[in-house]
Design a protein around this ligand. Structure first.
Ligand code: HEC
Ligand code: HEC
Length: 231
């Protein structure tokens, strides 16, 4: 590029910088996209590690609390990758419910400590003991989901409205205060886009009529006083 004109120096420098930055950005986005498609393998020695924390109700409950605090927003109520952050992003986080039957506790513990891409490392946040509690909780998911009557609610609504219908944010509606017909009508309207650009239209667009009715039946059947109980 010619630098004959004194003034052009001032425009060339920032342009070059801009180009360098955007190229770097493109490259880093490309490498993340590439990394995500590669299966995540834990080292052999880690995979073989046994869980030193006994699998019992106490440990599962401890893991459940930790999971709700640190993992639920991405992995969802039942680890299926449908947490609020997970739902809103293009690439859903891993479905832990499915993976739990395929991977060893040691592999899970290592990945939780390590992190990858948007999944943060929990090495500094959780103690080793706490990570094993979370691993025990994930192992318990399969049984709990199998016995859940309200499976559609568990899978598709509870991460935002809770099982009690009390929303995670105060400004969202309390569902047990609505009749079954009201809830159904609202959901059909959101799903069809009549109520456009709402959070609910994003989360209800692929629900079947039957699923909408089931969810409406569940929430409208709850006692309104459940709203005053703790979450
Ligand atoms: C910010 C969102 C986010 C949070 C918070 C998060 N994860 Fe993840 N998790 C992800 C994503 C995305 C992946 C897939 C990462 C990849 O494959 O590169 C993942 C992958 C995993 C995997 C590995 C799955 C596999 O491919 O084998 C495990 C296990 C896991 N997460 C457990 C947890 C646990 C337990 C917590 C809480 C302590 C947690 N995650 C918190 C987003 C998150
Ligand atoms: C990602 C979070 C999220 C999920 C998942 C979710 N909701 Fe909602 N829901 C909201 C928000 C936010 C509102 C407030 C209205 C809006 O912005 O869409 C709402 C409002 C509602 C309303 C009132 C609608 C209105 O127009 O007044 C009903 C009924 C409802 N939700 C039922 C459900 C049911 C049933 C499910 C499961 C099938 C569900 N929601 C799943 C976030 C969610």
């Amino acid at each position: 590029m010619s630098l004959n004109l004194g003034s052009s120096i001032y425009s060339v420098a920032p342009l070059t910088a801009l180009f360098t930055i955007s190229t770097a950005l493109l490259l880093s986005v490309a490498s993340v996209a590439h990394a995500e498609s590669v299966p995540w393998q834990a080292p052999g020695a880690e995979t073989e590690k046994l869980n030193p924390v006994r699998y019992d109700v106490e440990s599962v409950n401890m893991g459940k609390t930790l999971f709700a605090t640190h993992c639920l927003q991405c992995h969802g109520y039942w680890g299926e990758g449908d947490g609020i952050v997970g739902l809103m992003s293009d690439k859903r986080p891993a479905n832990l419910l499915v993976l739990a039957s395929e991977q060893s506790p040691g592999a899970f513990a290592w990945k939780i400590a390590e992190g990858r891409n948007t999944m943060p490392s929990f090495r500094g946040t959780l103690s080793e003991q706490e990570i094993w509690h979370v691993v025990n909780f994930i192992a318990s998911l399969e049984n709990e989901v199998g016995s859940a009557e309200q499976s559609i609610v568990v899978q598709r609504c509870a991460m935002c409205h809770g099982l009690s219908g009390k929303a995670i944010y105060e400004q969202w509606p309390d569902l047990p205060a609505m009749s079954q017909q009201e809830i159904e009508a609202k959901l059909f309207a959101h799903r069809s886009g009549i109520i456009a650009d709402s959070t609910m239209s994003k989360v209800s667009f692929d629900l079947t009529d039957e699923e909408i009715k089931e969810a409406a039946r569940y929430y409208s059947s709850l006692n309104r006083s459940s709203l005053n109980e703790e979450d």
